[in-house]
Design a protein. Structure first.
Length: 312
């Protein structure tokens, strides 16, 4: 179903206004965002996504609405692994907590632009080369296996990041600056700060995440409006979700296994699509079930560990 250009313009204008509101509210002062505020913002973004989902149901049809929600759930669940990576990056560069939201805002803004390019490039490849679906399927299966075998700590090496090495080689970096700016003036010269290096790492690692998440969402729908809007709504709430869950991410000990299973499942679905077309509702049920089981099992395990520690 063709989406009128007016729908795209309204959606993009709404996102722009929401980003400006978010920027104005959070960046009035560089201060640490409270847990209560982060939870409210996270709930707000989820509520907006569900409102858009309901609008798509009434505007278009049930199939489009289910595809949107499934794509949103995939992107949201894969984004949970991003939160671990953000924690590693912030710890490596010793970024004060009060600056986390600032880096994540600009990082997410860059992610929205890059996802736009990745999604439409992927759709273009699908339209020109049908066999690319099998390549993407194999890529997702391989990513799922790698997820299972590789720990998050091993996936992030800020000191080896190409963008950071390039910046350090061709730019003056004032590592000890604590002003909270990306660039400062020193002896009349504009120099980069550690915060700018952190932003480079966040932006470059998102490209790696997009290689997994974009094919996974394209396995659910080839509708550009559904794919991009679901991606955007999931990414927009990522910063608030990080600020809300950063303190308890270590409790999700089985999350890696759940995400691995989801990627492998979607990869198999995509690779076998020429033989069997799996209904989107079944995909949604499997993905939701795996994610729920993973979170519940992780929390039970964490509670058991804490109880044993108290008994000891």
């Amino acid at each position: 179903m063709a989406v009128p250009i007016s729908a795209w313009l309204i959606f993009l204008a709404a996102i722009f206004l929401l980003l400006m509101l978010d920027l104005w509210v959070f960046r009035r002062r560089d201060k640490e965002v409270t847990l209560k505020a982060a939870l409210w913002w996270s709930a707000f973004w989820i509520f907006l996504a569900l409102c858009l989902n309901a609008f798509i149901l009434f505007w278009r049809d049930e199939e489009s609405a289910v595809a949107f929600f499934t794509s949103y759930l995939i992107e949201k669940s894969l984004s949970l692994d991003n939160l671990f990576v953000f924690m590693v990056i912030f710890e490596y560069f010793a970024v004060p907590t009060r600056y986390h939201h600032k880096i994540l805002f600009w990082g997410i803004l860059g992610a929205l632009l890059m996802r736009f390019v990745f999604i439409f490039a992927g759709l273009g490849l699908f339209s020109m080369f049908h066999w690319i679906i099998y390549v993407f399927g194999a890529l997702l299966i391989w990513s799922g296996i790698k997820f299972l075998l590789q720990d998050t700590q091993d996936k992030v090496h800020p000191d080896k990041n190409v963008a950071v090495r390039f910046a350090r080689r061709f730019m003056t970096v004032k590592a000890e600056d604590t002003s909270g700016h990306f660039f400062v003036k020193e002896n009349g010269q504009r120099v980069a700060t550690n915060l700018f290096l952190v932003l480079l790492v966040v932006e470059s690692t998102d490209i790696v995440f997009a290689i997994d998440s974009v094919p996974a969402v394209l396995a659910i729908s080839r509708d550009s409006f559904i794919v991009y809007t679901s991606n955007v709504m999931a990414i927009l709430g990522l910063r608030a979700l990080y600020l809300a869950l950063a303190g308890m991410m270590h409790h999700l000990c089985y999350l890696r296994y759940g995400l691995s299973a989801i990627l492998i499942f979607i990869g198999v679905k995509m690779a076998t699509s020429g033989v069997y077309h799996m209904p989107t509702k079944i995909s949604l049920a499997v993905i939701f079930g795996v994610l729920l089981a993973t979170i519940v099992a992780s929390l039970v395990k964490s509670k058991s560990t804490v109880a044993k520690g108290e008994m000891a």
